[in-house]
Unconditional design. Structure first.
Length: 440
């Protein structure tokens, strides 16, 4: 269970300098914009949860409020910042990069910002990748494009070498935009900085298209991702409906968490079966997916199945045993496997099914952020800049209860955020699909 101590953000030292925000908001008092140092946001959201803690209210787990502070740690005139993007693509990466650069300059007058290229590889001189200067001009239009202008990569790098690179380039603040692996990397980098007594702040903007990082609320890019996935579900329905015994299969992203599958299915309102890693199911037998699917097609003439990429281990023995350069499991191809099994199953029963398979994964990852995500990216980046300038480190930004929050990296990498099979989201999915509560 998470305690208040787990949610205490580390700092490099006392923030002694006045924030230059005063001159930014000309002629007006800026006090109303500052967040009080002790402002915190409750983690528990029900009375029953609070009572079950059985601790005095001041010991309840709370998140530190994010936002601008009246006192800052770094002297803007002598501060150099860097940005790195790691892991898979996600809508909004360029929005985050742009807003980091703009917030540093607009709010604090920090204009010396560089971008390390191709993820942590850019922090290893052996790769020969020189950092790029992130000027206002350089970032002016990048939010209109998907992907990341800095490039990305997977694969381990020596932490000592990476910290040497930060020192070599005179970096005071490192912003890491990446997934769970990248945040583990950021944690290791900040630990090494502390061990060497270096005053370098490491602040993360967590990126997970799957929405599987805990404590940060919804992750940026997630809304864009499920909106696009929903379009594929609608297309799958149109195709399936027009075919004889049509079965449309949409494989969504979601390595360990089925949020995209659930939200896109709820958005499209046309899926008949949603398969996610958190809810086991079988294919064969009276209560297996194949039997239910045959009945549905017999009744209505077509069916739509949404399957998260991470359900492989439910389907195929050995799926998930292979790993990529960062040690992440390669999860096989459950959608195509399902397609072949469904076709074979109809044939076994003397019928022919028309299968239509959609895999919008890479298309979704690479699109620009929708407006809601664009706003969110921008504000997360601003929160990250405020946190870093005030000397906070080894932390990420998130949003809880309509407030931006600062959360220690240690808390967000401890476990993953998943769809609860007993929760209201899954219940909504069951209600909207009318699929059986259990298919095991
Ligand atoms: P996503 O999985 O969402 O695409 P990610 O950040 O989890 O993003 P990874 O490829 O797992 O993607 O990791 C990104 C970088 O972080 C890689 O360079 C990897 O070597 C590094 N990394 C991962 N785990 C650790 C760790 N425990 N310690 C240090 N570095 C790590
Ligand atoms: Mg990951």
């Amino acid at each position: 269970m998470v305690t208040l101590a787990d949610l205490q953000v580390a700092t490099l030292g006392e923030p002694r300098l006045d924030s230059p925000l005063a001159s930014y908001v000309e002629g007006r008092s800026t006090n109303q914009y500052y967040v009080a140092e002790g402002d915190r946001i409750l983690m528990d959201d029900t009375q029953a949860l609070v009572e079950s803690r059985q601790v005095p209210w001041e010991e309840l787990p709370t998140f530190e409020a994010g936002g601008p502070r009246a006192r800052i740690f770094f002297d803007p005139a002598r501060t150099k910042a860097a940005v790195v993007t790691c892991g898979g693509l996600c809508p909004g990466l360029n929005n985050v990069i742009r807003s980091l650069v703009r917030a540093l300059d607009d709010h604090y007058g920090v204009s010396d910002v560089v971008g390390f290229r191709n993820g942590y590889a850019g922090l290893d001189p052996a790769t020969g990748l020189e950092p790029v200067a992130l000027t206002r001009d350089y970032v002016a239009d990048i939010h209109e494009r998907g992907g990341t202008v800095l490039g990305s990569s997977r694969g381990a790098r020596d932490v000592g070498v990476m910290v040497d690179t930060l020192v070599h380039h005179g970096i005071d603040i490192l912003f890491v935009v990446g997934g769970d692996g990248s945040m583990r990397g950021a944690h290791v980098i900040s630990e090494e900085c502390r061990r060497r007594g270096l005053e370098i702040a490491v602040v993360g903007v967590p990126k997970t298209i799957d929405n599987d990082i805990p404590h940060i609320g919804q992750s940026f890019g997630f809304q864009t991702a499920f909106a696009r996935a929903a379009q594929s579900i609608t297309a799958a329905k149109v195709e399936a409906q027009a075919a004889v015994n049509g079965v449309g299969i949409v494989q969504t992203m979601g390595r360990h968490a089925g949020f995209i599958a659930c939200y896109s299915a709820l958005a499209a309102q046309t899926a008949n079966f949603v398969l996610i890693p958190e809810v086991p199911f079988t294919l064969d037998g009276e209560n297996g997916l194949l039997a239910h699917l045959r009945r549905r097609v017999a009744d209505r003439g077509y069916a739509v199945v949404v399957v998260a990429e991470g359900v492989g281990p439910h389907l195929q023995e050995g799926a998930g045993d292979a790993t990529d350069a960062s040690g992440n499991a390669i999860l096989g191809d459950p959608g195509r496997y399902l397609r072949d099994r469904i076709r074979a199953d109809f044939a076994e029963h003397g019928e022919e099914a028309t299968l239509r398979f959609f895999d919008p994964g890479y298309l979704i990852r690479s699109v620009p952020a929708d407006p809601a995500d664009a706003v969110y990216c921008s504000r997360l980046a601003q929160t990250a800049v405020h946190a870093a300038m005030s000397g906070r480190t080894d932390m990420v930004v998130g949003r809880r209860r309509h407030r931006f929050v600062n959360v220690p990296i240690g808390a967000v990498v401890q476990r993953s955020h998943n769809v609860s099979p007993d929760g209201d989201l899954w219940l909504s999915v069951l209600e909207s699909t009318a699929q059986p509560r259990s298919m095991v």
